[in-house]
Write a protein that binds this ligand. Structure first.
Ligand SMILES: CC(C)(COP(=O)(O)OP(=O)(O)OC[C@H]1O[C@@H](n2cnc3c(N)ncnc32)[C@H](O)[C@@H]1OP(=O)(O)O)[C@@H](O)C(=O)NCCC(=O)NCCS
Length: 192
């Protein structure tokens, strides 16, 4: 499992000892339903989620380095478990951050690391993401990471919450990421 870090966050695998922190933040009714899942009801349920869903491929705990606490989750779903019908060399990203940490750029930072991993380590050709139009902050996170709006909406029948609600579909190709990186580099190059 790859580990990633920035000055303030660490991406690492989930641990069973994260169950209490997970319950504290994932029981918040403002978090799960916006991502298509119901609020956690007990620490035991959170532990079960860590043992099953969060132990799968491409799932990281977002850890706030200052406290060592897991404050969110970020990752990707390969085509076999994606909510969308996508090709085998593509993946769908997903993420949430605990409410006390919203609006600090943390999700953008974490998703940026996962995007780099998906293209540079996994070699995916295209990444997809969806969000409910009632949750524009999520669309903005993807936009800041380089995703573009496809203009398409669809429903995700596998979601536990909102399976009948349309989601907006965002997309990013590896070529697009290379162009973005080139632009960022040329903008920050010293002038002669
Ligand atoms: C969506 C979510 C992941 C964002 O996490 P975050 O760490 O606060 O995100 P960031 O701080 O990196 O970026 C949020 C961006 O959304 C913007 N934003 C916040 N509320 C907004 C709104 N109502 N409309 C439009 N943009 C909004 C912020 O201003 C910021 O953009 P900016 O940097 O250009 O100002 C977090 O709110 C969350 O976990 N929500 C519940 C679960 C969820 O929605 N998961 C995604 C499911 S698709």
């Amino acid at each position: 499992m790859y580990l990633y870090e920035t000055d303030r966050i660490l991406l690492r695998p989930w641990r069973e000892s994260d169950a209490e922190a997970l319950f504290k933040y994932a029981s918040d009714p403002e978090v799960g339903p916006r991502a298509g899942w119901p609020p956690h009801k007990s620490v035991e349920e959170s532990l079960e989620v860590i043992r099953t869903i969060f132990s799968g491929e491409g799932m990281w705990a977002v850890v706030w380095k200052e406290t060592g606490e897991a404050i969110g989750c970020v990752g990707y779903l390969p085509s076999t478990s994606s909510n969308l019908k996508i090709e085998a060399d593509q993946a769908e990203v997903g993420y949430w951050i605990a409410r006390p940490y919203w609006g600090m750029g943390i999700c953008t930072e974490a998703l940026g690391l996962v995007v780099d991993h998906c293209f540079n380590v996994k070699g995916f050709s295209t990444l997809w993401g969806t969000y409910f139009p009632s949750n524009p902050a999520s669309g903005r996170v993807m936009e800041k990471c380089g995703f573009v709006d496809t203009g398409r909406e669809t429903v995700c029948p596998n979601l536990e919450v909102g399976s009948d609600q349309p989601v907006r579909v965002m997309k990013m190709t590896r070529n697009h990421q290379i162009i973005n990186q080139t632009c960022r580099t040329s903008q920050t190059s010293p002038t002669k």
